[in-house]
Ligand binder design. Sequence first.
Ligand SMILES: [Zn+2]
Ligand SMILES: [Zn+2]
Length: 267
Amino acid sequence: MVRVTLLGSAQDGGVPQAGSVHREGLDRRYPVSIGLVDSNGGRHLFDASRYLAEQLQIWNQTGVDSIFLTHAHIGHVDGLTLFGKEAMNCKGISLFCSDIMLDLIQKTPIWSIMLDQGVFTPYGNNIVKLPGVTVEALKVPHRAELSDMHAYIIKAEKSLLYLPDHDTWSETLNGHDLRSWLNHLEIDIALIDGTFYSYDELKNRKQEEIPHPPVEQTLQMLGERREGDGEVVFIHLNHTNPLCMDETPVTELGWKVGKEGMSFSLN
Ligand SMILES: [Zn+2]
Ligand SMILES: [Zn+2]
């Protein structure tokens, strides 16, 4: 049995976000993360947020055997230190990430000391074979101040795409159409960037400053879910995203909005 569980459905800042005005009826969401259990029961965490304690409870696990990192933006890495001496005191967790990400870890004192102490054993992230499942990294364009960005394709009998962040569909798809790209990658379940519903949410911040393709554009590209289509689940929601309160614009087309605890069997 190979299973993926959604452990966080929010953008890096979480919902509510620090400093945001309290809104009645707004469910708490943790920064984006997924947990994969392989066919031998091995536990693999994708992105490590500061809400690790709560997220492990959602996953019903008390530890992890490996961690895959997508990129260095805060919500994806600010839980890494929780595996060290001051908290879980782990040893020998396999850490799969890109060379650029590993270089940053080695240059960042609070992380490099964890390599020295043997908390993490680093590996590349190209193609990782695990019991009953293979994980492939897919480089995608995303603002790269600190590191590059890799989505992951988790392949067992079914394939799941984990694409929490990217800048624009035109760059990611590189001339392809979204549906044919998903078909070409043979994706059955796509967890994709749903940060903003539309750019109206950005108010005073410039679009170039926080580039993510808006959900309304993605929905336009997808159209209605047809027979034989896989699942598309929007994740990485910003606290301003109206989908946090009302999922209808997505669900009426047959797609889904991610929520903590959702799980997907890959065989
Ligand atoms: Zn992010
Ligand atoms: Zn990011």
